[in-house]
Design a protein around this ligand. Structure first.
Ligand SMILES: Cc1ncc(COP(=O)(O)O)c(C=O)c1O
Length: 391
C-alpha cells in the first residue's frame, strides 16, 4: 500500500532526511523504485551490450523497447509514438528545434523575459549565427492572464518566425494561457515551440490539442523519471523538418527514429520512464494534484502573512508558486541566488530564488513528500532571517 502523502511517503525517495526540500521544480527527485528499475536495465546493458543495443535501441522494423517506452509516454500526453522522441532534457529538445529551422536577417525569434536563461542564450546564439533577432516580450510583475495576452498582442511583429513559449514559467511558476497565445501566434504566421519543461506530471496534458508545432517536457521533473528523460513532440508537419542535434546512422529515417540512436549512450533513463509513469499513476494523479494544491494554498497564506506577494493569481499556478519579496529598492541580480544559498547553507531549506523585473522572486514547489510543517518552518525562518532591503 502507498504510504500517506507528506512525511510517511518520503521514505519512497532517498532524499536528505534532515532537510526542508521545497524545490522539486529545478531538478525533480527520482523515487527509489524507479532508480531500481533503471539499475536493472543498466545491468542488462552491461551483461550483453550487443544484444541490449541491437534489440532495444537501434531502430528496426519490428520496433524496439525504446519505441515501446515512448509509446507509453505518448499515450499519457494523448499523442502517438510517431510524434514523440526521447531527448535528454528540455535544453536538448529546444536546441534541436532551433537548429532545424533556417533563419535569415529580418526574422525574429520570440521569447519573454520569463524565459529560462539557457533558452534565452540559445536563441541569442542562433540569432548571432543567422542574422535573425530575438524579440523579447516584457511581462512585468505582478501579472494576470489578461496582462499576459495584451503584452503578447502589443509586442508581436509580422516577422516572428518562431516563438518559444513557456507552458509553466521557471522563475515565476506561472501557467501561461497557452491556447490563446498559440492562437495569436498562429494568426501572425509564427511557428510555435512550447517549453513545457515543468508540464508533464504537474498538469494534465493533451499535447496535440494545444496546436503547437513542437512541445518539449522533462519527465525527470514532475513525472519522477530518472535524470535525463524528456520528450520532444513534433506535429506531423513539424516532424518532417525536425532533426536531432547530432547526425548519426538513422538520420535518413527522419523524426522520431533519427533521435533514437545518436551514438552509444546510456538510454536507461528513457527505458525506465514507464516505471516512473506507473509510480505516478499508482499515486493517483488527481490525489497528487489535490494535495499539491492544498500545500500551495497554505504556503501562499503563510508567505503572504510575512509580506510576500504572489506574482500572479492562484488560478495560474499548480504545484509551484512564486512570490515577490518586497524591498525598499530594486533587487540586485545576485540577491535571489544569494538568498537561496543562505537558506540552504545556514538553515537546510531548499527553495528557488531569482531576480526578475527588478524584483526578488522566490519559488516554492509542493511535491507529495512536502508537509504543511515544512512550509510553516520555511515561512517562519524567512521571517526570522529576512531578505536584503526588506520593506
Ligand atoms: C522553463 C524551463 N525550461 C527549460 C528548463 C531546462 O531543463 P533541463 O535542464 O532539464 O534542460 C528548465 C529547468 O528548470 C525550465 O524551468
Amino acid at each position: 500500500m502507498t504510504p500517506a502523502f507528506g512525511r510517511p511517503i518520503r521514505k519512497l525517495w532517498g532524499l536528505a532526511d534532515d532537510a526542508t526540500l521545497l524545490n522539486h521544480g529545478s531538478f525533480g527527485a527520482c523515487p527509489l523504485e524507479v532508480l531500481k528499475a533503471q539499475d536493472i536495465l543498466r545491468r542488462e546493458m552491461e551483461y550483453q551490450p550487443d544484444v541490449f543495443f541491437r534489440d532495444k535501441i537501434l531502430p528496426q522494423p519490428g520496433g524496439t523497447a525504446l519505441r515501446t517506452a515512448i509509446g507509453h509516454l505518448a499515450t499519457f500526453v494523448k499523442a502517438t509514438g510517431d510524434n514523440l522522441a526521447f531527448v535528454e532534457n528540455a535544453s536538448v529538445g529546444i536546441q534541436a528545434v532551433l537548429r532545424s529551422l533556417a533563419f535569415s536577417p529580418g526574422d525574429r525569434i520570440l521569447i519573454t523575459n520569463h524565459t529560462y536563461n539557457a533558452m534565452r542564450l540559445m536563441v541569442e546564439t542562433r540569432c548571432a549565427e543567422t542574422g535573425a533577432e530575438p524579440l523579447v516580450v516584457q511581462i512585468p510583475l505582478p501579472v494576470n492572464r489578461d496582462d499576459i495576452l495584451s503584452r503578447f498582442r502589443e509586442a508581436l511583429t509580422p516577422n516572428v518566425k518562431l516563438a518559444i513559449i513557456d507552458h509553466i514559467t521557471s522563475p515565476t511558476a506561472l501557467i501561461f494561457p497557452l491556447e490563446e497565445i498559440i492562437a495569436l501566434l498562429r494568426q501572425n504566421g509564427a511557428r510555435v515551440l512550447v517549453d513545457g519543461a515543468h508540464g508533464v506530471g504537474q498538469i494534465p496534458l493533451d499535447v496535440p490539442k494545444l496546436g503547437a508545432d513542437w512541445y518539449v517536457s522533462n519527465a525527470h521533473k514532475w513525472l519522477f523519471a530518472p535524470k535525463g528523460s524528456a520528450f520532444l513532440y513534433a506535429s506531423p508537419t513539424a516532424a518532417r523538418e525536425t532533426q536531432p542535434n547530432l547526425i548519426s546512422h538513422f538520420v535518413h529515417m527522419g523524426f522520431p527514429w533519427s533521435f533514437d540512436y545518436i551514438g552509444t549512450r546510456d538510454n536507461t533513463a528513457w527505458l525506465a520512464t514507464p516505471a516512473a509513469l506507473k509510480f505516478f499513476q499508482d499515486l493517483g494523479p488527481d490525489d497528487v494534484r489535490t494535495y499539491q494544491k492544498r500545500l500551495i494554498a497554505t504556503g501562499s497564506d503563510l508567505l503572504s502573512a510575512i509580506g510576500a506577494a504572489p506574482v500572479g493569481p492562484a488560478t495560474m499556478s499548480a504545484a509551484m508558486r512564486s512570490f515577490i519579496l518586497p524591498q525598499t529598492r530594486p533587487a540586485a541580480a545576485d540577491e535571489g541566488p544569494a538568498l537561496m544559498r543562505r537558506l540552504w547553507t545556514d538553515e537546510h531549506i531548499q527553495i528557488a530564488a531569482n531576480t526578475l523585473d527588478g524584483k526578488l522572486v522566490i519559488r516554492i514547489s509542493a511535491q507529495v513528500y512536502v508537509t504543511q510543517d515544512d512550509l510553516r518552518h520555511f515561512a517562519a525562518t524567512l521571517d526570522r532571517i529576512g531578505w536584503p532591503g526588506r520593506a
